[in-house]
Design a protein around this ligand. Structure first.
Ligand SMILES: [Zn+2]
Length: 111
């Protein structure tokens, strides 16, 4: 299937060819097209959909329970979060990095 961004897309205001660009929001990298003349931009529809999916997940707070497993504590990461992360990463590693972000906050990094 040919990606729509492989076509020449004209700015509806200026009738000028839009140039490819990257748009990064919340660490989310999206393909976009930009009009140099008026600054009009179009975000790739599938990237925008994924970004909205991310915003939806980001707005949720999951209550998860600490469980003692041997000498460590385990928390369950909701399936929808892991599935979203798997979609984002071409190679999904089941090893994650965990560190303190501040005194009451832990950070979990997936890559
Ligand atoms: Zn324009």
């Amino acid at each position: 299937m040919v990606d729509i961004f492989e076509n020449t897309i004209l700015c509806k205001k200026c009738n000028m060819k839009m140039k490819p660009a990257r748009l990064i929001r919340n660490g989310f990298d999206m393909r976009a097209l930009l009009c140099d003349k008026c600054g009009n931009r179009i975000i790739h529809p599938s990237d925008e959909q994924e970004y909205n999916h991310f915003l939806n997940l980001k707005s949720k707070t999951f209550k998860v329970k600490l469980r003692l497993v041997g000498n460590s504590y385990a928390v369950s990461i909701p399936k929808e979060i892991v599935e979203f992360m798997k979609e984002q990463e071409k190679i999904f590693d089941d090893m994650v990095n965990l560190c303190f972000e501040d005194v009451k906050k832990l950070k979990l990094m997936f890559n």
